[in-house]
Design a protein around this ligand. Structure first.
Ligand code: CIR
Length: 266
């Protein structure tokens, strides 16, 4: 499989990202940029072509681009992020996606963050979180259409659904215990993250099938390897301090559209 990923540069204003708890020392945009570059290189080594959108200083959280759009079946749903300060991030992302696919929009009063949407086979799991509401879930269901089943999942104690659970393949999930009800994911195998490894459930399945995860979760990496997956690691600690993880930093498209996506900046 090949794919294409859209990323967005880290602005200097990254230091003012939204965080659930105060951050000390302050967030470091230069370190975040170095980690972002390594993340991009890891995606490329894993079979994704990449496009990098320009940063916007008015949007400190803009590099968490995943929250701005959901891509499904070669169509995009531009979101309406749950945090009002993030809504202005969406338009440039929607414009970039519109060059290669149709784009629909979540309308007010709907709120939806891409970090709350996890597609596995014909099911679209969506977090009921502090950022995604019932109207947003309805908009997602309309977008997903009759061939997909949308499954709402209550999320506890973390920002988004994908902070707590991501897919290792079409049959296997990686899940942090205690954040979501495993019964919502019937029929799927579940690998649990190791105790004490926060943010470990948020991993990216690379286009070549390897699993890209944070360098700070070695025991969870061992569990994933024991389940039969090849693992690659990248340090995204500065984004973790801003409540983000690996999936947040890209919108990944796994399809033949990859070849028609153009590089927006070097
Ligand atoms: C926020 O609070 O919105 C950002 N600081 C972090 C967003 C992380 N996004 C994600 O998990 N998809």
């Amino acid at each position: 499989m090949t794919g294409h990923a859209f990323l967005r540069e880290v602005p200097d204003s990254f230091v003012r990202c939204i965080t659930a708890a105060p951050v000390s020392p302050p967030l470091d945009p230069r370190l975040a940029r170095r980690q972002h570059r390594a993340y991009r290189e890891a995606l490329e080594a894993g079979g994704f072509g990449t496009s990098l959108l320009k940063a916007d200083e008015a949007h400190p959280d803009g590099s968490f681009i995943e929250d701005a759009a959901v891509v499904l079946d070669e169509r995009a749903l531009a979101t309406r992020p749950g945090h009002p300060s993030r809504r202005g991030e969406v338009a440039p992302v929607a414009a970039a996606l519109a060059e290669i696919m149709p784009v629909l929009f979540v309308e007010e009063p709907g709120c939806l963050d891409g970090g709350d949407v996890l597609t596995v086979g014909d099911r679209v799991f969506v977090g009921i979180s502090g950022r995604t509401n019932r109207d947003g879930i309805e908009a997602l269901a309309g977008f997903a259409g009759p061939r997909r089943r949308v499954v709402p999942v209550e999320v506890t104690g973390v920002l988004h659904l994908k902070s707590a659970v991501t897919a290792l393949d079409e049959r296997t999930l990686l899940m942090e215990p205690g954040r979501v009800d495993p019964m919502r994911f019937d029929g799927l195998d579940i690998v649990l993250t190791a105790p004490g490894e926060d943010h470990a459930a948020n991993v990216v399945r690379l286009a070549d099938g390897r699993i890209l995860m944070g360098a700070a979760s070695p025991e969870t990496a061992d569990r994933i390897a024991a389940a039969g997956f090849e693992v690659a690691a990248v340090d995204v600690s500065e984004f973790g301090r801003a409540d983000g993880g690996l999936t947040c930093l890209s919108i990944r498209i796994r399809s033949g559209l990859a070849s028609s996506a153009r590089i927006l900046s070097a």
